[in-house]
Design a protein around this ligand. Sequence first.
Ligand code: FE
Ligand code: CA
Length: 524
Amino acid sequence: MKRKIKLPGQSTHTRRTMLHRSLAIPALTALEQVSSGSVISRLHNSDYPFQLGVASGDPTSDGMVLWTRLAPDPLNGGGMPDDNIKVKWQISKNEKMTQIVRSGEYIATAQLAHSVHVEVKGLLPDHVYYYQFQVGPEASPVGKTRTFPHPESLPRRCRFAFASCQHYETGYFTAFQHMARQDPDLIIHLGDYIYEGAAIEGRVRLHQGLEILTLDDYRNRHAQYKTDPDLQAAHATCPWMVTWDDHEFDNNYADSISEESEVARSVFLQRRARAYQAYYEHMPLRPRSIPNGPNLRLYRAAPYGQLIDFNVLDTRQYRSDQPNGDGRKPINNAVLNPDTSMLGKQQEEWLFDRLVASQTTWNVLAQQVMIARVDREPGPSALYSMDQWSGYETARNRLLHFLDSRDVTNPVILTGDIHSNWVNDLKVNFSDSNGPTVATEFVGTSISSGGNGTQTRSDTDAMLAENPFVKFFNSERGYVCCHVTPEEWKSDYQVVEYVDRRGAPLVTRASFVVKAGTAGAERV
Ligand code: FE
Ligand code: CA
């Protein structure tokens, strides 16, 4: 029996009744980028169409994708006509947009909510560029982006931030404002970009509407999040690489299986198709990520020169149903079932092939749920979170044994999901605290989910004592900024002391370093 564990304040009681209201939309077949029909190049009697801001993403050494979505009435379906719209774009060497190096036109269609996903090629490696869109007389804000270094170069450094879990209702996105000011080279988002629940009265600010189920629901929810000025500032400051966790669709889902066991798979997959389509429409993803019905291949990789290989993973779409259900439980035989998978066979093979072939100094796995086998129960009994890799013991063993036995160079795991900060030395055998460390896991807290955090919890000392591979634990809000060179990796845990009102200053709560060639993190 599955039950809800992640958001104690979030109501589920409306869900069963709500499922009846939206099943008329058939599962989508492959979406086409440009549909037939007339093209118009200006909007009449319209409010400003660029209210959702601009973004760029998935950089290579010669380009990236540029994103916006035309939505003069963002919270009510977008407010666009059904026509195809001609959107001009240009990319410049300067912020004033007077040194144009590329420009073109993109046809935005109603079928994809008039979202724009322009793939730019032919730019110089490791360069900063600025971009802007235009429809008729209306111009978008100017965004800043950059290319990755050439794949055969060894960059002196990369400075990037990673974040997750931005519940709109439980706090302001102040952390994103600070992140934008820090001007990173790249931002990685590990999921829970939106939350699917209905508005809950009394919160800092409210979701519009009920739990999201229809395509319009998902679009309006993404649009509501995208109206946040701090989130827009972070998108406009550098390229992002995004992946999702569960709340972009539905809490704690696994592949085609809902946490409510009575929902039929076919019905659930129709809803997944709508969620994935809206996700594509609102993210700076390349058109190769257009979903095919309920399937969207999101896992992908990008080398940052010879310094870092970023492997961006999807631990939701292909995973086996939680073998032992949800919640925190002791290890049992279900957890040890060798047939269970967190990544699915295809993604796991793709990842292992990539890790073996990698020539970079650092190999990053950007993913969602915690890998370390952390016992969350103070005292002699042991309880593990069944939605995390601890519920998939054999899949975790395959991954950690692979990193160990194949001598993968300097693996670093980036994790989100649990609204708290952790630094974990990953062991092939977590029961042997003197055994070798094979990788370092940096778990980043939420941007806002959970509301105001605290520096520690009362059970922290006991928890650290029985999990000696845990180097740090903290449950404030914020993100992690990583400074990476060929010699060392430094993670700064950046926190804001409150999110229930705007204006919290940024504090570096702790910093940890991994030396190249030596697994394991040390506090500095
Ligand atoms: Fe979350
Ligand atoms: Ca215990």
